[in-house]
Design a protein around this ligand. Sequence first.
Ligand code: R5P
Length: 292
Amino acid sequence: MTLILALPGNEALAKKLATERHCLVGDILVRQFPDGESYVRLDTPVAGQDVIIVCTLDRPDSKLLPLLYLADVVRAEGASKIGLVSPYLAYMRQDKQFHPGEAVASRSFAKLLSGYFDWLITIDPHLHRVHSLAEIYTIPAQVAHAAPLISQWIKENISNPVLIGPDRESEQWVSEVAKAAGAPWIVLEKTRHGDRDVEVSVPDIARWKNCQPVLVDDIISTARTMIETVVHLKRMALPAPVCIGVHAVFSENAYAALQAAGASRIVTCDTIAHPSNAIAIWPLLIEAMTAL
Ligand code: R5P
């Protein structure tokens, strides 16, 4: 038997996965003590069962401890295997020491999760200098890709698109999305000077003037990458772009700032709940669960 448990905020996805996989959702309670410490209680027996914990990991610092406490009690109560379904996997961007003494958070985070779970499923983790999760996770980690769903959305909603990736890293998913959508694509050059200081250079894109620009990136966080690109395209008199992100991290006022910069529409996958969500990723998770 398989039992699914949802950390707060992940209930709808857990229910959908349980319905599709014909299994049950168990009960847990997570709350804060008055001093801010976390209280976690497992209210469904798990002995001898395979347990899947669903928890997307944006704003990870406040989610991680309850998640680990839950995994720990599930193990102590006798579950046979514990898997983590985390549509957004955090801490993948600090993947090297940029300055002496810096913690390589992607490795430390991977070490932690690998110690508590038997397997992991996620969607489009930010793989850049680390090329595969197997380089840092010691448990089986299945990666699902949102590209086919994004291509489908573009085919159904945009006519005459040209896809634009903001930097070399984005080439991997932009090219895949473009091919499946049957659209042309280009990739820009990006230089990041700081958390909120991004510069992009746009090659000659005048020949795409009659196309609908569609920016595609994996993560939209401060949105500076997208905003810089939107502003450049405006200067070159291209139509206002549609901005598509896999993971709607949107820190602080990033969403409003991107709207104000002139995006004609902002669309994201629902790996993180956000008003811009328009592409449901649960079918990818079901596929990955079946594959595992
Ligand atoms: C970076 O390498 C990623 O692929 C995204 O381009 C980046 O995370 C976007 O960040 P922000 O929205 O803060 O510019």
